[in-house]
Design a protein around this ligand. Structure first.
Ligand SMILES: Cc1ncc(COP(=O)(O)O)c(C=O)c1O
Length: 451
């Protein structure tokens, strides 16, 4: 007899202790590192003989195969400073994928530059490199590929376009710390690249932090100045003289010390994750109608996030739409204790900040003289819409190095739900359905958006 579903009252498959895993794992070594920073009494990057921030910058550059790393107080700031240090000007256009964290598209606004979105690839979820060229204009200055979920983007194609049109490439490598693409390291393939150290990342800090990496000494030097109010740093003694606009964006040495300790055991953790996550994925891949994240042979997956697409036809459920199937599965799997989430409920160009072109008032930067009008129409991003509609994600905290037993239970929960697909189909057909973006003001019934 097949097992009943938890959504109808049976005992959930996943035990309570596996419904929310702990990340970051904090060890005695991390605590000792933090105490070491406190005992040093050198708390900021400006302190003479400060060791932790400079140590992290040295070790991070080595980790990324780059010459320089500059620590700042978030990944968002890292992106803002990288683009600024590379000379982005007001009114420049920056090409970004339509699916990412909003920071990728928000960062160009820091320099009054304008994000231009490109739809994603339906398999890798990264920027669709076949659609970039059509978005390049005389105003385009940079491409910011994102290694979404931990899988490096198609960097060779991106770099070829950048060479052809003389564009900058800035990798948003935030989700792919340590990743490899055709033998190169994530972060080493752009004019500058950025990382975040927030608590969700594989190498976190105990709070917020970020890093810019580059091989260009001038770019590194500019970032160091920009994080400290644009100060002229060429003098041995700090004179508090600002050469350009900047802000106070420095990382604390306590946070740097914690990250150094985490970085020291990153590969040991990654090895364990490289064992338990593929076992979990192969169990799911055996169920008809689940598409698990692919790992092309020429790159590594850093398992920042797993996105599963659900295909009702392949599952044998004719007449059930992908959105309804996903929504019914979400209800059933959450009831079983599998902590699935959406990752983005709307393509980035649909976010109200871009829809309403609301950044600095008076329509700036979109209203600057000579700029190209931007449509930001969701109908231009059909793949991103489809993927958001038919997929759910498992996030980093549930993919920690000791997640094996939890992942076993998640797989068993999927298997139980798949034994009951007839029930799921009935439930899906009867749902009061709305696509995920219906939760966004203005999109309740937006015409032209695939539903
Ligand atoms: C792809 C991507 N880019 C940028 C950021 C911004 O990093 P932070 O949260 O450290 O500002 C994030 C955030 O996690 C991200 O996922």
């Amino acid at each position: 007899m097949k097992a009943q579903l938890a959504m109808f009252g049976s005992k959930p498959v996943v035990r309570p202790e596996h419904r929310r895993l702990e990340w970051p794992v904090v060890t005695q070594a991390d605590k000792d590192a933090v105490l070491r920073a406190l005992d040093s009494r050198k708390f900021t990057v400006g302190a003479k003989n400060e060791q932790e921030i400079s140590g992290l910058e040295r070790e991070w550059a080595e980790f990324c195969d780059t010459r320089y790393a500059v620590a700042v107080n978030s990944g968002t700031v890292a992106l803002e400073l990288a683009l600024t240090a590379l000379g982005l000007q007001p009114g420049d256009e920056v090409i970004v994928p339509a699916l990412s964290y909003v920071a990728t598209a928000m960062a160009p606004l820091y320099q009054l530059a304008i994000p231009v979105f490109v739809d994603i690839d339906p398999v890798t979820f990264n920027i669709d490199v076949t659609q970039i060229e059509a978005k390049i204009t005389s105003r385009t200055r940079a491409i910011v590929p994102v290694h979404l979920g931990g899988l490096p983007a198609d960097m060779d194609e991106i770099r070829a376009l950048a060479r052809k049109y003389d564009l900058l490439v800035v990798e948003d490598a935030v989700q792919a710390q340590g990743g490899k693409y055709r033998g190169e390291t994530a972060g080493s393939m752009g004019a500058a690249s950025v990382f975040s150290l927030n608590v969700e990342k594989s190498v976190p800090t105990c709070g917020e932090g970020g890093l810019i990496v580059t091989d260009d000494e001038n770019v590194a030097e500019r970032c160091r100045s920009l994080r400290i109010l644009g100060e002229d740093l060429s003098t041995e003694e700090r004179l508090y003289v600002s050469a350009t606009r900047g802000s106070n964006l420095k990382l604390s040495s306590v946070l740097a010390a914690f990250t150094r300790s985490q970085l020291a055991r990153f590969w040991e953790y990654q090895d364990r994750r490289d064992k338990n996550i593929p076992i979990f994925l192969s169990r799911l891949a055996a169920l008809p109608g689940i598409v698990v994240p692919p790992v092309p042979e020429d790159r590594t997956h850093m398992w920042h996030m797993l996105r599963f697409r659900f295909d009702p036809q392949a599952a044998g459920l004719d007449g059930v739409t992908p959105g309804r199937f996903r929504q019914a599965l979400r209800r059933a799997l959450l009831a079983e204790g599998v902590p699935l989430t959406h990752y983005q409920i709307i393509p980035l160009p649909g976010q109200p900040v871009f829809q309403e072109q609301n950044a600095y008032g008076n329509g700036y930067p979109w209203s600057l003289p000579g700029t190209n009008p931007q449509r930001y129409d969701l109908a231009d991003y059909p793949v991103t819409c489809q993927v958001i509609e038919d997929s759910l994600c498992l996030r980093r905290m549930h993919l920690n190095p000791d997640a094996g037993p939890a992942l076993d239970e998640y797989a068993a929960a999927f298997e139980r739900v798949w034994e009951n697909l007839d029930v799921i189909a009935r439930f899906a057909r009867a749902l009061d359905y709305a696509p995920p973006w219906a939760a966004v003001k203005g999109y309740e019934q937006k015409a032209g958006v695939p539903a």
